[in-house]
Design a protein around this ligand. Structure first.
Ligand SMILES: [Fe+2]
Length: 332
């Protein structure tokens, strides 16, 4: 018996009315107050969902079967659960709750299922792409704090699809990272990437998530975009993406990632930059500045946003942890 188990705990009088409190009570025999709070709310909402929809056993079975198929579709390189979270709008919601940004900083968006941890370090000005992956694109960026001070030595991890709308992980013969790389910002906060023009692509839809989209009469496409993770010690990690303005799927992204401050337009590179970077003047050019916030700024914002959100939900007697997250009230 765990040390914190309450010997007085008794699960009795099981009914539709008592099952929720009974489940919460039996889950509460530990001292992790964040886990207590999260699980209490999860059980409450899950039970209310069944009560409200009058869920049938057949529907419950279909749901279990669907989630089983989602799990079975997952591999080291295929994350069907992330896809499911994405198409339900859950990923982008969690990112925005967990990493709120002031208007003065670059806004975040969902990570998506194609990030890997095997991208190589790249020198500024080198290319992340192997041969014949699409129309050449030069990205010139600058990373600063919200006051405009340059941030040196941050990592810029970026990845995008090739001209056929596929990530490297979608090729069966993949041997190493392609169309992805990690750059380091210089003293003035700048970085330079050679990539290719991204194109719209469908999310993998040959699995259970694709079948669900079809059932819902939804298309699986995402507008052309480039993913970024920007990290520097002392700063809140930024997960974001830039989206091509005017893309046919700009207003119907299958995974809800598009936010208007993240839309880019492309220019032609021009003669001067083409000479400087050994490219053609008709190649594409994307200049973009990113602004990130410190861990302290992030925590302050999380506390303010979480306080406001809980008050809006009518939870007047809430307790926030050191990190600013709601937790169960201490036991008397
Ligand atoms: Fe993507």
């Amino acid at each position: 018996m765990p040390a914190s188990t309450k010997s007085s705990l008794k699960i009795v009088d099981m009914s539709d009315e008592t099952i929720t409190q009974n489940t919460i009570a039996i889950n509460s025999q530990h001292d992790d107050r964040r886990l207590l709070f999260v699980l209490e709310r999860l059980v409450q909402h899950l039970h209310d969902f069944a009560r409200e929809t009058r869920l049938t056993t057949e529907e419950w079975e279909a749901g279990i079967q669907f989630l089983t198929q989602v799990g079975q579709k997952c591999t080291d390189l295929r994350q069907e659960f992330v896809l499911l979270s994405d198409i339900l709008g859950f990923s982008v919601l969690v990112d925005s709750i967990s990493h709120p940004k002031p208007k003065t900083a670059t806004i975040g968006t969902l990570l998506g299922p194609f990030h890997t941890h095997d991208a190589q370090d790249h020198e500024n000005g080198t290319s992340i792409c192997s041969e014949d992956k699409g129309e050449p694109l030069l990205i010139e960026g600058r990373l600063t704090d919200t006051q405009g001070n340059p941030i040196e030595g941050a990592t810029i991890d970026l990845w995008h699809c090739d001209k056929d709308g596929l990530y490297d992980t979608q090729y069966a013969d993949r041997e190493e990272a392609d169309m992805r790389g990690i750059y380091h910002t210089k003293a003035d906060g700048t970085f330079v990437v050679k990539a290719t023009k991204p194109v719209p692509y469908p999310i993998p839809h040959d699995g259970p998530v694709g079948a669900l989209l079809k059932r819902l009469n939804r298309h699986p496409y995402r507008p052309a975009h480039i993913h970024f993770i920007i990290e520097k010690e002392g700063y809140d990690r930024l997960i974001t993406a830039l989206y091509h303005k005017g893309d046919p799927y700009e207003t119907s992204d299958a995974v809800f990632g598009v936010k208007s401050p993240l839309l880019f337009s492309l220019d032609k590179l021009g003669k001067k930059k083409a000479q400087k970077y050994n490219m053609n003047e008709d190649d594409w050019y994307l200049p973009w500045d990113f602004k990130i916030i410190t861990d302290a700024e992030s925590r302050e914002l999380i506390v303010a946003k979480n306080t406001e959100a809980l008050q809006k939900l009518g939870r007047d007697n809430f307790v926030l942890s050191e990190a600013g997250l709601p937790i169960a009230a201490p036991l008397d």
